[in-house]
Design a protein around this ligand. Structure first.
Ligand code: DX5
Ligand code: ZN
Length: 219
């Protein structure tokens, strides 16, 4: 389908950390719109990834938008540090935030775009009272914590529901989808109403990551 407002956000979690500089050079050459950076604390999710020092080093190597996905508890403690490290968009998990409205205001007051992520079990309607305040809804299409998992089909309904909610409230938030996205399912995800596709293993494990990014953009 043509004329969709589509962005591709490769997830560095699946990249070769020994060659991170080269991976970013490849992404700079590619049609990737954003770099998706997965931060895990070993508490909110059962895995630990990378954090502030890695992101501030990456910031020196690219001008692409940094889409930071915080899979951490108490994200309010670190929002300012992620801004300083170079985050353009900061996404927190609904399930990790008791005072979500306050967290969103904090992120925006620091000059970043604000996103809210929903785990697979979390219903979309819980965002009704905040949808006009946020820049992005991130629908997790796998359980967060690991790359390389299979797309949960039920996520397609959640994407449609999110699109309906955004239309209903005349909100401006983008819909990002994260987990298990491949060249085979990208078109159905975009047709359901998504704008931003995160892709980790399908990009970095492919023979030609640059070509895969271009193909995802045309899905
Ligand atoms: C999972 C992360 C994802 C992950 C996606 O917790 O949020 O961004 O990197 O990886 P793939 O595309 O391999 O499912
Ligand atoms: Zn992610």
């Amino acid at each position: 389908m043509e004329n969709r407002n589509t962005f591709i956000a490769p997830s560095l979690l699946a990249s070769n950390f020994l060659e991170l500089g080269k991976e970013v050079e490849m992404l700079n050459r590619s049609e990737a719109d954003w770099l998706h950076l997965d931060v895990m604390d070993g508490r909110f999710v059962p895995n630990i990834s990378f954090g502030l020092p890695v992101i501030s080093q990456l910031r020196k190597a690219t001008t692409k938008t940094f889409d930071v996905h915080l899979m951490i508890e108490e994200p309010e403690k670190y929002a300012e540090d992620f801004k300083k490290a170079g985050a353009d968009l900061l996404t927190v998990h609904y399930e990790a935030c008791t005072h979500l409205h306050r967290n969103i205001q904090q992120i925006k007051s620091l000059g970043m775009k604000a996103g809210v992520a929903l785990n697979p079990h979390t219903p979309v309607h819980l965002l009704e009272n905040i949808i006009n305040d946020i820049d992005l809804v991130l629908i997790m299409s796998v359980n967060p914590g690991f790359g390389g998992q299979h797309f949960i089909q039920r996520s397609l309904d959640k994407i449609r529901q999110t699109r309906e909610m955004i239309n209903h409230y005349k909100a401006h938030a983008l819909i990002e989808v994260d987990g298990g996205i491949t060249l085979d399912n990208a078109a159905s995800i975009l047709d359901a109403g998504a704008n931003v596709l995160v892709a980790g293993s399908s990009v970095f494990a492919s023979k030609d990551p640059e070509a895969t990014i271009s193909a995802l953009r045309k899905a």
